[in-house]
Design a protein around this ligand. Structure first.
Ligand code: ACO
Length: 448
């Protein structure tokens, strides 16, 4: 199989959200802290009727229906998630309800978990399968699904929720340049979930930012090195049209792109012009550790990167800014954003993605885009995802209600013997929702 990659995509996020400006005022944070400081516009969240399983059911059913894919045509189904509802039974097995009904139980794959990286691991598994000798000619299907919720405090506004489904196969409009990949895997305690009774992570916010940037540097170096070996010339920011980042909050994405510019400067890449080189010269003697701590470097490189950021990154930020961190789905929501914003001009372009999962695992990889053929075309993917429509039809929830919902969810997490609210009026038709968790902890879902 050649040009293996993403044939089709769909995205789902809850219809319930809270504007960051409102949350900011409610939390007593200084004005602009969440919107400018973190760079976020709005945060989506699940109410008691939705969870990572219902969102994954919704997005898979929607993808199969809208692209007219027969469930029998799926030969591998992989899920990436870090929201654990069961320590043994995978989310994938819940999704099998859709496929069993059509008589297809011959589907490989289970769940992949490591913070926000599981979706990328799942995607690589599917791409590798299609490229391998065990491929049977059917499609792979990848689902990234997460609900990011934090305890009250500075991390709470960096929550979010959503699910992305991607159909994988040959001759894809979004094809992998499989040789262009760099990974960085290390042991870190930056963000982890050791308390199995709570959905909330233990997080060292500052450390997590540094770990993210260290992994970014390392992956970029690897990717540049591989590119140079393959192409016999240097790689720089000018060799890709868009840079798509895992987006815990937008400010970190701004810092990350600036960091790539600093890398290009240190590598003496031709993409860095004379004026920028002059402004960065005073930082060239910093040790690596010092460079992560330097606020001046952060500011100067962000200023220098701003024009390139506006063209190469800003179009990828729409959904992550509007919905928040969707953990495993975050990177692919950013990819969906650039498709939404630029689908008419993407043919022939290269897009670089950076996936980061705390703990820590990270990969930077490259995709090559072409228009493709209906239904697996960039324009149809954009139509199906209907990002603008989905964003517009959301409902803003007042902060008092949001806090109340978080309290209910805290209590419900890991619990049994409850039925959920009968009020599903905010959900769009076709949305799956949780109805009951019985005395044996079995979860039941219905479709609206
Ligand atoms: N107006 C404008 N900007 C402001 C204002 C204001 N009124 N007040 C603060 N800011 C700025 C700060 O200067 C800072 O920006 P800077 O870094 O560019 O200087 C930013 O807002 C954040 O403020 P801080 O006080 O530095 O940070 P805070 O203690 O609020 O915590 C953090 C932020 C660490 C991101 C926290 O939300 C967190 O822990 N989130 C979860 C961890 C996370 O997402 N890590 C990312 C990688 S791991 C993963 O993906 C889960």
């Amino acid at each position: 199989a050649t040009n293996v990659g993403i044939l089709a995509m769909d995205i789902y996020f809850p219809p319930t959200c809270i504007p960051q400006e409102v949350l900011e005022a409610h939390d007593g944070a200084s004005k602009g802290k969440y919107t400018i400081g973190l760079g976020q516009d709005c945060m989506g969240f699940c109410t008691e009727v939705e969870d990572v399983i219902s969102m994954s059911l919704t997005v898979v059913a929607s993808l199969l229906e809208k692209y007219n894919v027969d469930p029998k045509q799926i030969g591998r189904l992989e899920v990436g998630s870090e929201t654990v509802l069961d320590k043994s039974k995978s989310i994938k097995t819940f999704l099998m309800q859709i496929f069993e009904k059509c008589g297809n139980t011959d589907i490989e794959g289970v769940d992949s978990t490591n913070a926000c990286y599981g979706g990328t691991a799942a995607l690589f598994n599917c791409v590798n399968w299609v490229e391998s000798s065990s491929w049977d000619g059917r499609y792979g299907l990848v689902v990234c699904t997460d609900s990011a919720v934090y305890a009250e405090g500075p991390a709470r506004p960096t929550g979010g929720a959503g699910a992305v489904a991607m159909l994988v196969g040959p001759d894809a409009p979004i094809a992998f340049e499989s040789k262009l990949r760099g990974s960085h895997m290390a042991h870190a305690y930056d963000f982890y979930k050791p308390n199995l009774a709570s959905e909330y992570p233990v997080v060292d916010g500052k450390l997590s930012q540094t770990c993210y940037l260290m992994a970014l540097d390392s992956c970029y170096k690897q990717l540049c090195h591989k590119y140079e070996k393959l192409e016999g010339k240097q790689f720089s920011l000018s060799d890709a049209e868009y840079f798509v980042f895992h987006s815990p909050y937008n400010k970190l994405v701004q810092k990350s792109f600036a960091r790539l510019l600093y890398n290009d400067f240190l590598r003496k890449a031709s993409s860095v012009d004379e004026a920028a080189r002059e402004k960065l010269t005073s930082f060239s003697a910093l040790s690596l550790d010092e460079s992560y701590q330097s606020r001046d470097l952060e500011k100067v490189s962000q200023q220098l990167a701003k024009p390139l950021y506006d063209s190469k990154v800003q179009p990828t930020t729409l959904i992550p800014k509007q919905v928040g961190n969707m953990y495993t789905a975050s990177l692919y929501a950013a990819l969906a954003s650039v498709l939404h914003n630029k689908h008419t001009s993407l043919a022939g372009q290269r897009v670089i993605l950076f996936s980061y999962g705390s703990g820590s695992t990270a990969t930077m990889f490259s995709l090559r885009l072409q228009e493709g053929q209906h239904p697996f075309s960039l324009s149809n993917i954009t139509n199906v995802m209907n990002v603008a429509g989905k964003l517009k039809s959301r409902h803003e929830i007042i902060p008092e209600k949001f806090v109340e919902i978080m309290k209910v969810m805290e209590h419900r997490y890991g619990n049994k013997d409850f039925v959920t609210s009968k009020d599903t009026s905010l959900l769009a038709p076709g949305t799956y929702y949780l109805t009951e968790v019985d005395s044996m902890y079995r979860r039941f879902y219905a479709k609206k």
